[in-house]
Design a protein around this ligand. Structure first.
Ligand code: UDP
Length: 240
């Protein structure tokens, strides 16, 4: 099956979305070289970033297809794009944490780096204008972000399944999977599939030995060597 890129439908912070000629069931996602943080307040462009993230995301989706985790990934296109199933996206960011860091560590004044006995799943309401606030299950139902109440349980179940598989994958690459964010959507048949991407933009990844950060916190916190560390994540995942 070959696909041809057609019209630009939407340009987001990290990707451009195009329609695909003659097939309205799929879309073409082009990974951009841009970095944004703090709800778009901090921005930068680094040449080569889109290619690295596409490769990491694709490697992970490919691995998931082998492990029975349903995702939107269909086929890579060149070095910086992929064709994915068109989903009706759920307005939730599903965050899974294995080690406390970032907003939840701050909220409860718990030291960053505190390991959790059990993984924690949290929902955030995906609304830029509200700053993506934390949302309870009941609030999510009030806002009708899912089609049926049991879909929230499906999201949690899938998120924990992703965590198990992803933790193992990164562990083999000598990387601690601290936390990550997932987005899901409904396909035409109403199944819930994993969408968006998994990359160092959406995960916290720490070197297992040195605990050095290998993710977007390098950009958020001005730690330097941003792309070098993204590339190292890709190299370690590829060479294991
Ligand atoms: N995250 C993301 N997009 C967002 C918010 C968070 O990809 O809009 C990821 C983030 O990179 C981290 C995890 O979700 O891996 C948890 O983020 P947290 O809630 O700690 O927020 P932050 O401290 O990044 O604001």
């Amino acid at each position: 099956m070959t696909y041809d890129k057609s019209e630009l439908l939407y340009e987001g912070k990290a990707k451009k979305i195009f329609s695909v000629q003659g097939d309205d069931q799929v879309i073409w996602q082009e990974f951009k070289d841009s970095f944004t943080a703090f709800n778009g307040e901090k921005k930068a462009t680094m040449a080569g970033k889109g290619v690295i993230n596409q490769k990491i995301a694709s490697l992970i989706f490919f691995f998931f297809s082998d492990q029975g985790i349903p995702s939107h990934w269909v086929k890579d296109q060149g070095e910086d794009s992929m064709v994915t199933k068109k989903l009706s996206m759920i307005d939730l960011e599903v965050v899974v944490r294995n080690i406390l860091a970032g907003s939840t560590a701050k909220k409860f004044n718990i030291l960053e780096g505190t390991a959790l006995g059990e993984p924690l799943v949290e929902f955030y309401y995906k609304k830029d204008e509200l700053g993506d606030p934390f949302i309870s299950d009941d609030q999510a139902l009030m806002l009708k972000v899912v089609r049926a109440p049991e879909d929230l349980l499906t999201l949690k179940k899938l998120a924990l399944q992703v965590n198990q598989v992803l933790k193992k994958l990164f562990h083999q690459a000598q990387i601690d999977l601290v936390d990550f964010k997932l987005e899901f959507g409904y396909d035409r048949e109403g199944n819930i599939l994993l969408g968006d991407e998994i990359s160092p933009d959406s995960c916290r990844l720490w070197d297992q030995q040195t605990k050095e950060k290998m993710d977007k916190d390098r950009f958020r916190r001005d730690l330097g060597q941003v792309l070098e560390k993204y590339q190292e994540v890709l190299d370690r995942l590829t060479n294991q």
